[in-house]
Design a protein around this ligand. Structure first.
Ligand SMILES: *Cc1c(COP(=O)(O)O)cnc(C)c1O
Length: 357
């Protein structure tokens, strides 16, 4: 067992073991993921008004900087239990960052297929430094995933995309944490949607806590896709998905049915937000809340802002927005979004005049 005796947090498998498909024989591969903060969203709450209580579930604080670690701890533990010596995934970036880190810890080989030119620099750096074999496929994520499916059907290499059921089982622990922190269920749960595994996993987590009587109600699930990659909103796959939010640039979500089920059964919705709205929310989070996320993560906040303007939320409700990944993942987007530093002479007068003193 890799958990540290003095650490009060043992990672998501140990913490939520009764809810997860692990036995005494399962080797636990963990980087002590989970236990991420639920941060009161003061600026967003003020902007929305109506006594709404808004919280951010900041998943960027997981070990590799995204929620993918919750599912990867279980997927890699189960791969190891089954005797696999290699794992493979297609990835828009964060799955590969997470798979490569957990594979490194488990001593497994890791192969990653990425859409060429379609992944953020930080994520690529992570996969490479953890020693994964990274292949840039000159095609879309959806094509890369199809290839990975074919490979894992024919060869003994464990697939760790979210079509691996253990991924969603691990990811549902985030819903448990939200309820444990609030002492109740949220009224609304807002989340970015790409391959749609995470919305499926949260909904499962809430339902399981409800079934156990730990919470006495369920949130309405609010999923947000980027307008250029919104198959669930359009009702059909998108052949050439386009958005600056690369983590959700997916045209044919693997968990399509799970997302639709979460929406319908919860009385929720799945809507699109434009890149412009995503970038506005991205800058709002960094500038007003002090929270730096990657663009895809800002889709949940962009969606809540949009619904707030329409007066969608019932007064005094509790809203949880998932912030799926850390801003440092995609430094290029910052550089393209902000004004860059001005060069000044090393003279006191020049600096004082610049800063207005
Ligand atoms: C993977 C990912 C998503 C999309 O999650 P799905 O489960 O594919 O819907 C959103 N944001 C970030 C940062 C991600 O890494």
């Amino acid at each position: 067992m890799q958990t540290c005796p003095g650490s009060p947090w043992p990672g998501v498998i140990q913490r939520y073991r009764p809810f997860l498909p692990v036995g005494p024989q399962t080797p636990i591969v963990t980087l002590l993921e989970g236990n991420t903060p639920l941060i009161p969203a003061r600026a967003l709450g003020r902007r929305l008004g109506r006594g709404l209580q808004v919280y951010f579930k900041y998943e960027g604080l997981n070990p590799t900087g995204s929620f993918k670690d919750r599912g990867m701890t279980l997927a890699v533990s189960k791969a190891k239990e089954s005797g696999a010596d290699a794992v493979i995934c297609a990835s828009t970036g964060n799955t590969s960052a997470s798979a490569s880190a957990y594979a490194a810890q488990a001593g497994l080989r890791c192969v990653v297929l990425i859409p060429k030119g379609g992944i953020a620099l930080g994520k690529l750096a992570q996969a490479l430094i953890h020693g994964a074999q990274v292949l840039a496929v000159s095609g879309t994520f959806d094509e890369a995933l199809e290839l990975v499916r074919q490979i894992t059907q024919a060869y003994p290499i464990a697939l760790v995309n979210s079509i691996n059921p253990h991924r969603l089982e691990g990811q549902k622990t985030a819903a448990f944490e939200v309820c444990d922190a609030l002492g109740r269920h949220p009224d609304y749960h807002a989340i970015p949607v790409g391959n749609a595994g995470n919305i499926t996993a949260y909904w499962r987590g809430y339902r399981e806590y409800f079934k156990e009587g730990i919470i006495d109600g369920l949130p309405r699930m609010l999923g947000f896709q980027a307008a250029g990659a919104a198959p669930l909103v359009k009702g059909r796959p998108v052949a050439r998905p386009e958005t600056i939010a690369t983590a959700i640039r997916i045209g044919n979500p693997a968990s399509w049915e799970g997302a639709i089920e979460a929406k319908k059964a919860s009385g929720g919705l799945i809507e699109a937000v434009t890149d412009k709205e995503i970038l506005a929310a991205y800058q709002f989070l960094a500038g007003q809340e002090g929270i730096f996320v990657e663009p895809a993560s800002a889709a949940s906040v962009a969606g809540v802002m949009k619904l707030g303007k329409r007066g969608f939320f019932r007064k005094g409700s509790v809203i949880v927005c998932v912030l799926t990944g850390h801003g440092l993942k995609d430094p290029d987007r910052v550089i393209k979004t902000v004004r860059l530093p001005k060069t000044v002479k090393p003279k006191l007068g020049a600096i004082l005049s610049e800063i207005g003193l």
